[in-house]
Design a protein around this ligand. Sequence first.
Ligand code: NAD
Length: 383
Amino acid sequence: MTRRSIGIIVNGVTGRMGYRQHLVRSLLAIREQGGLPLGDGTRIWPEPILVGRDETRLQAVAQRHGLTDWTTDLAAALARDDAEIYFDAQVTQQREKAIRQAIEAGKHIYTEKPLAESSAAALELVRAADAAGIRTGVVQDKLFLPGLRKLRRLIDGGFFGRILSIRGEFGYWVFEGDWQPAQRPSWNYRTEDGGGIVMDMFPHWQYVLEELFAPVRAVTCLAATHIPERVDEAGRPYPATADDAAYGIFELDGGIVAALNSSWATRVHRDELVEFHVDGTEGSAVAGLRRCRVQHRAVTPKPVWNPDLPATEDFRAQWTEVPDNEEFDNGFKVQWEAFLRHVVTGSPFAWDFLAGARGVQLAELGLRSAREGRRVEVPELSR
Ligand SMILES: NC(=O)c1ccc[n+]([C@@H]2O[C@H](COP(=O)([O-])OP(=O)(O)OC[C@H]3O[C@@H](n4cnc5c(N)ncnc54)[C@H](O)[C@@H]3O)[C@@H](O)[C@H]2O)c1
């Protein structure tokens, strides 16, 4: 067994995503399983180099996991030959600058979404990365959720016939921060700090729609700021300048219509925090983070509209659970493994900077649609 160590700069490791999903649930989890086997007796062994702004917090993270390699000096980390990959989970606004530095240092780059704050900036990163000949990747974790994997299986197996529409509900109540602390960082609610639910969620909707169904050709979006004032981490009230809910209609190739609501100002009366309801001529499905249920044409009941009578049917009971039939690993880890293989062996990896730029483009056009109060077409993005 040969161990192939690979130094990975993890910037933003004290943040929600950087710490939990990427460091602990992905990179350290790969080490716990003995490394990532390549099939030829070699195992990739991630060596995280923790980068952040606050020495005390970095040291605490490192100590908690028996790690020793950490620094507040990004340039010094990028100058190291043993650091082959730069990973970015910082706040969105800091990303572009750091990625540029990493491109200049010749590192392969993996990053959280959104890739940048505008599609022009994202495309510049695509081109700079191409010119430098580096390998790139953008997190598209929702594709690896068990619920969506099962949905994908249904699509691949031809369950739906012709797919007509998708209705999606994403959201939950994010506390304002006054009498109970908010469960998301306050920058999410300030446009000037790169916040807003459109910039946060539309990049996800873009790859979910395109990969599972068809490319998005037009978007109509209404963005709202339902809660205009919130209280930050230090207990100070601040004006919430960013959108905290987005009501979007997406027109896909093949006449498929997707209506997706995203909200941090709604209370959950659903089975999961995100659910997609897909209707097709042969059958329908409701897929969430973990579960997926179906109703086939052959067993579709015939409800009759009569408001004078109480509902007698248990509509939810008329759906059948799709079995797992396999074990689903953490989605972030699955994508990390694919990226590590891509870097080390050159195996295919579809979710590169250009794929990430498409997500930024959809968010940008969604915001334009909301601002101008109109439907906006989504042009093809190319290198
Ligand atoms: N894939 C997903 O499902 C998903 C979910 C949530 C967030 N994200 C993305 O991950 C990134 C981080 O989000 P998060 O929720 O972990 O945020 P967070 O606020 O919890 O963490 C942000 C990190 O950036 C660092 N940072 C660097 N410069 C900073 C600055 N000037 N101001 C504030 N923090 C700074 C912080 O120290 C911290 O480590 C965002 O780009 C977000 O879009 C992705």
